[in-house]
Design a protein around this ligand. Structure first.
Ligand SMILES: *[C@@H]1O[C@H](CO)[C@@H](O)[C@H](O)[C@H]1NC(C)=O
Ligand SMILES: *[C@@H]1O[C@H](CO)[C@@H](O)[C@H](O)[C@H]1NC(C)=O
Ligand SMILES: *[C@@H]1O[C@H](CO)[C@@H](O)[C@H](O)[C@H]1NC(C)=O
Ligand SMILES: *[C@@H]1O[C@H](CO)[C@@H](O)[C@H](O)[C@H]1NC(C)=O
Ligand SMILES: *[C@@H]1O[C@H](CO)[C@@H](O)[C@H](O)[C@H]1NC(C)=O
Ligand SMILES: *[C@@H]1O[C@H](CO)[C@@H](O)[C@H](O)[C@H]1NC(C)=O
Ligand SMILES: *[C@@H]1O[C@H](CO)[C@@H](O)[C@H](O)[C@H]1NC(C)=O
Ligand SMILES: *[C@@H]1O[C@H](CO)[C@@H](O)[C@H](O)[C@H]1NC(C)=O
Ligand SMILES: *[C@@H]1O[C@H](CO)[C@@H](O)[C@H](O)[C@H]1NC(C)=O
Ligand SMILES: *[C@@H]1O[C@H](CO)[C@@H](O)[C@H](O)[C@H]1NC(C)=O
Ligand SMILES: *[C@@H]1O[C@H](CO)[C@@H](O)[C@H](O)[C@H]1NC(C)=O
Ligand SMILES: *[C@@H]1O[C@H](CO)[C@@H](O)[C@H](O)[C@H]1NC(C)=O
Length: 637
């Protein structure tokens, strides 16, 4: 029996090998950089017998060259130096080493003096498919043209793997690596190949997605090694990802999620994967969870533009706040989540982390196409004094504190919107207004009690039947009854979820959630507005520059009880956008010197008003009130 099965397997394997030999690309080193080349040429030059190709054919091996585009009049030395200046300023892949050859797309004259480069023209040496500007390599025998994708090191360990197109409309893991301690490699194409258009506004922007989103051709790992190995590669991409690819985004990799999108604290909770490194401060801070790799990667790498995450209880906003990035939880159900691992469909949302408020708007406008645009902004800024801290009211915010940074930003926002903040006290507002509008006792229990268990009861009676039970059953069926390894945090929460009777705990939890939702949207935000979408903007602090070292030991993970401001949007279904405001100094216990950590602020608006927020923050960046953040140890300083 066993012998026969073995024979069949061996024959099957040999057969599969014979049927599909697959080249997965090659690497090419030029100067100090290494590039990935697709096995499939991007184009082919017809070398024919034009006089201009003889210089090319004098070379052996691949010849690096640069494509430039002439205007209708022609192309001369000053056009070339203008092109080089612009390539150097806008692209991180093109390099002067690609000047060994020049391919001039021209219908006019090309006159390049004093050049030792091979010079080809589109009229003398046509190409089988268009060659957008940028760096290329050509095989002087076949004329095959390849795009060099620059290999970058994932030194912050943000990625599960880099990806490249698989030639079948999907993606494959990039199976090469360049030197570096414990690091993966990610390949990026030249930015020069792409020109954004209304149909493809994200053209050329590099995208990484959290490894809970399905991508055609790739496995979805959800941060768990057993889960990764158990299920085959996906044959379709999640619609949320596909929409971004359709918009021209260039997928470069999958990023690490803390396991099954549960909260995990670096480093001890991260058993199956090593927690990504937050580049801020001295580089040994927790990078937030659960969209950890998307946050750490975008904060660390200038070659990465967007990191898609998901936010159930705070999983985009937490990395945005501690990694110092723009990051949003959208309105509930703004982005379809088919093909995305659920934590709880009641609370799950898809958000994105980025360094630039204007790119954020471009991305958001494309992703949330069903939403309505607004270009007028609310005039009511709600400032909850009890959340910002009671000390705030009594003393002027001290310079060198997060309060002072918040105050400075809010003053500029007040100026921009031509209004002044409205101070509210959430605690007393709930105490006095909720019994009037909702069926709660008078006086009501404080929100910290009323919503203490609401999130935990709903989320973990969802994830157990939706993810935990089927995964464990599938794994046991495939492994003689063995239970898979689960990290401590999801294990604790799944155990907790199993201890609950859904029929008993979910109805009151939904009642409390709904009461809060209606109260917050109506009583606090003051409803919707025809011109500005949301009647109000509700502000609250996110990170305040406090260190959270990744080499610290914490207690074991616990169930996510408590009502915290991060949960307002979770229960109310509203957008909650995190804004990077400033860097605060601290004395690093690692380096013994002063470093800086992010101060960030959250802005909530009425449900469905996401595009108004994207427009507002882009306008604030135009006005110099918000700024793009840098990669690395600090955002601004
Ligand atoms: C190659 O070296 C140059 C000069 O040292 C540096 O500016 C450039 O970033 C390096 N390129 C890569 C890909 O490391
Ligand atoms: C090709 O190489 C030969 C031999 O070195 C040289 O004589 C010839 O000028 C070269 N042709 C071109 C077009 O560079
Ligand atoms: C077009 O090309 C010609 C010849 O190379 C150059 O003199 C001219 O400045 C270019 N015009 C523009 C608008 O770039
Ligand atoms: C040259 O430019 C024209 C006009 O943009 C374009 O249609 C054509 O495809 C280009 N040729 C190549 C080889 O890229
Ligand atoms: C609006 O959303 C629905 C549901 O996700 C989708 O079927 C539809 O295609 C969307 N329309 C546009 C214009 O994006
Ligand atoms: C907010 O209201 C609560 C309850 O009335 C009160 O205890 C608290 O001091 C108030 N906080 C501020 C900052 O006014
Ligand atoms: C903080 O700094 C600003 C600008 O330098 C100054 O106008 C303000 O008085 C300072 N406030 C305090 C409390 O020191
Ligand atoms: C809530 O309101 C009641 C009056 O209805 C008052 O007695 C109580 O002190 C208030 N509690 C808080 C926390 O403000
Ligand atoms: C929240 O619920 C937990 C578990 O029942 C309990 O231990 C804790 O005291 C509660 N906290 C509040 C503020 O009610
Ligand atoms: C709902 O609110 C009631 C108080 O009205 C509280 O006793 C209960 O614990 C809450 N339950 C959940 C699941 O939110
Ligand atoms: C909003 O628009 C609707 C329909 O045009 C109108 O009936 C309503 O009065 C408007 N509301 C406000 C607050 O302007
Ligand atoms: C850092 O330490 C120095 C010396 O103890 C102290 O004066 C300074 O206030 C500290 N800075 C911060 C930001 O804590």
């Amino acid at each position: 029996m066993l012998f026969t099965a073995l024979l069949v397997l061996v024959a099957g394997a040999a057969c599969a090998r014979a049927q599909s030999p697959a080249l997965t690309g090659s690497t090419y080193t030029l100067g100090n950089a290494t590039y990935w080349l697709s096995p499939t040429p991007a184009s082919q030059l017809s070398l024919g017998n034009s006089s201009e190709v003889s210089a090319l054919q004098n070379h052996t091996g691949l010849v690096p060259f640069t494509v430039v585009v002439a205007n209708s009049t022609g192309f001369n030395d000053s056009d070339l130096s203008a092109a080089i200046t612009s390539y150097q300023a806008t692209d991180d892949v093109w390099d002067t080493a690609f000047m060994a050859g020049l391919y001039i797309n021209t219908t006019g004259n090309a006159s390049i003096s004093n050049s030792s480069a091979v010079v080809l023209t589109s009229s003398g040496t046509p190409a089988s498919t268009p060659l957008p500007p940028g760096p290329y390599l050509v095989d002087p025998v076949s004329g095959n043209v390849f795009q060099p994708w620059l290999l970058q090191q994932d030194i912050n360990e943000a990625f599960v793997y880099g990806v490249v197109p698989n030639g079948n409309g999907g993606y494959m893991e990039l199976d090469t690596r360049i030197a570096g301690m414990s690091t993966l490699t990610v390949a990026v194409p030249s930015r020069l190949y792409f020109t954004p258009t209304p149909a493809q506004p994200l053209a050329g922007m590099r995208l990484a997605v959290k490894d809970i989103y399905d991508v055609q051709g790739l496995r979805t790992g959800c941060g768990n090694r057993a889960f990764f190995a158990l299920y085959p590669p996906k044959n379709a991409s999640a619609p949320a990802v596909q929409r971004l690819l359709d918009g021209g985004a260039v997928l470069v990799g999958k990023t690490k999620a803390s396991q099954f999108a549960n909260g995990e604290t670096a480093t001890a909770d991260w058993v199956d994967q090593h927690a990504p490194f937050n580049p801020r401060g001295e580089g040994y801070q927790d990078a937030g969870a659960s969209s950890t790799g998307s946050g750490a990667g975008v904060a660390a790498y200038p070659w990465l533009d967007f990191g898609v995450g998901s936010d159930t209880g705070g999983s985009v906003r937490s990395p945005a706040s501690v990694d110092g990035l723009y990051g949003n939880r959208p309105s509930q159900d703004a982005v379809p989540l088919t093909g995305v691992m659920p934590l709880s469909p009641v609370f799950d949302t898809a958000g994105v982390l980025t360094r630039d408020a204007k790119k954020w708007k471009t991305f958001g406008d494309w992703w949330l196409q069903n939403f309505t645009q607004y270009n007028q902004y609310p005039k009511r800024i709600l400032f909850p004094t009890d959340i910002f801290g009671s000390s705030y009211l009594n003393t002027a915010p001290q310079n060198g504190t997060a309060d002072a940074m918040f105050n400075t930003f809010i003053q500029k926002l007040e100026g921009f919107l031509n209004t002044s903040r409205t101070e509210i006290n959430m605690t007393s507002l709930w105490n006095t207004t909720s019994p009037i509008i909702a069926n709660v006792s008078n006086p009501p229990p404080p929100l910290t009690e009323y919503l203490n268990t609401t999130y935990a009861f709903i989320a973990f009676t969802d994830q157990v039947p939706l993810v935990a039970d089927p995964f464990i059953a599938d794994y046991q069926a495939a492994h003689n009854g063995d239970t898979p390894f689960i990290d401590p945090s999801p294990l604790e929460r799944w155990t907790f979820g199993r201890s609950l009777d859904p029929a008993q705990v979910r109805p009151p939890a939904f009642t409390n959630k709904t009461v809060f939702l209606n109260w917050f949207r109506g009583q606090v935000l003051g409803g919707a507005d025809n011109e500005t979408c949301s009647h109000s903007l509700f502000l609250y602090p996110q990170s305040v520059g406090t260190p959270n070292y990744r080499n610290k030991y914490f207690g074991p993970p616990t169930s996510p009880y408590n009502f915290i401001p991060l949960r307002i949007a979770v229960h109310a279904g509203t957008p909650d956008f995190v804004l990077p405001i400033g860097d605060l100094p601290y004395n690093s216990t690692v380096t013994g010197t002063q470093k800086f950590l992010p101060v960030t602020l959250s802005v909530i608006a009425q449900a469905g008003c996401d595009l108004m927020l994207f427009s507002l923050f882009a306008a604030l960046q135009d006005a110099g009130i918000l700024s793009p953040v840098k990669t690395g140890p600090t955002m601004f300083v």
